[in-house]
Design a binder for this molecule. Structure first.
Ligand SMILES: Nc1ncnc2c1ncn2[C@@H]1O[C@H](COP(=O)(O)OP(=O)(O)O)[C@@H](O)[C@H]1O
Ligand SMILES: CC(C)(COP(=O)(O)O)[C@@H](O)C(=O)NCCC(=O)O
Length: 307
């Protein structure tokens, strides 16, 4: 069976033609915000790929708001604010958090009266100490390394409009969850949730994380390319965060650079690649939108699931 039969596929040019960019004006500040993503997203990518994407998200969001009104009318309830949740899935190091940040900047710009917040599911990993206690430190990122019950309960509370929720956070710098630095989630209108497990099937819970999503995106690329991006990020961290003696990878920042990269390649091959193949890739066909990236993070194809 054709794996893509329920998707429409667009090349970059066609996708761009759906929303020619001169209709959105970005201020210098917005551009600076976007550039602070380290020049990683080019203005060309912004125009060709991300502005049409954000326009489509805006249309879907309007539709969602309309439905909330109609539903309240039908059920003879008063309209209450329900957050719109966007999930972003894909491999470790494929660029999920970079895209999530860009989308949040653009949504803030397009919908200035809406509160847009961004979080990652990495904070729901068990702390390193607990992973070690369970003997699964080398399974970090695999389904069993997350407290899925806690994540589901959290998303349920967000949807229910609970005020001032505290999301646990994760630091790539420290290589651990930061129990003392929770992120406040304060009744957002739109919440972007990025993480490798956002489309994962439940292991023993009855709910999917994605049951709480109003829209889901999967960021896709060839594994060989993602490995390069993983190693590039490792190189950056090796020169910065890992030089802190409290960092998990500190010894590698002090020793031979080639040995450090050898270790990182080994971690990719033993941990992140098998996780991609066994648990992350199979979730791709559940996403509403698939962004396919090629060399240099350039998005060359966009897939939309028929609905
Ligand atoms: N559009 C892009 N252009 C260039 N580099 C990028 C782009 N998106 C991400 N990167 C780089 O790729 C690496 C992984 O990106 P990141 O957003 O951290 O991925 P994830 O959140 O999926 O782990 C980082 O080093 C980041 O700087
Ligand atoms: C915390 C993560 C599971 C999540 O990755 P992300 O999507 O944030 O890049 C990953 O970065 C990770 O730590 N994996 C374990 C093996 C490794 O050190 O790469």
């Amino acid at each position: 069976m054709d794996e893509w039969m329920n998707y429409e596929q667009f090349d970059r040019q066609t996708w761009h033609s759906f929303f020619p960019t001169n209709t959105v004006r970005l201020s210098q500040d917005n551009l600076e915000d976007i550039k602070s993503l380290n020049d990683r997203i080019s203005i060309q990518d912004l125009q060709d790929v991300y502005l049409p994407l954000i326009k489509m998200i805006q249309l879907r969001y309007q539709n969602f708001l309309e439905w909330q009104m109609q539903k309240a009318n039908f059920l003879r309830q008063s309209v209450h604010r329900v957050p719109y949740i966007i999930g972003i899935a894909g491999s470790v190091a494929v660029g999920k958090s970079t895209i999530a940040r860009l989308l949040s900047i653009l949504l803030n710009k397009l919908l200035p009266d809406k509160r847009v917040e961004l979080m990652t599911t990495d904070g729901f990993l068990y702390p390193n100490a607990e992973l070690k206690r369970r003997g699964i430190m080398d399974r970090k990122g695999f389904p069993e390394s997350y407290d899925m019950e806690k994540l589901l309960k959290f998303l349920n509370d967000v949807k229910a409009g609970e005020p001032e929720l505290k999301a646990p956070t994760y630091s790539h710098q420290v290589y651990d969850v930061q129990l003392d630095k929770p992120q406040l989630i304060e009744q957002p209108d739109i919440l972007i949730v990025e993480g490798i497990n956002t489309l994962q099937l439940p292991t023993n819970q009855r709910l999917y994380v994605s049951d709480y999503f109003d829209l889901s995106l999967y960021v896709d690329a060839d594994a060989d390319l993602i490995e390069q991006w993983y190693l590039q990020r490792f190189g950056l961290l090796l020169d910065t965060a890992f030089t802190d003696p409290s960092n998990y990878y500190y010894p590698y920042s002090q020793g031979d650079r080639e040995a450090a990269f050898k270790m990182a390649r080994d971690v990719w091959q033993r941990v992140d690649l098998p996780n991609l193949e066994e648990f992350i890739l199979p979730t791709k066909s559940r996403a509403n939108v698939i962004l396919h990236k090629t060399v240099g993070h350039v998005v060359d194809r966009i897939y939309l699931r028929r609905d």
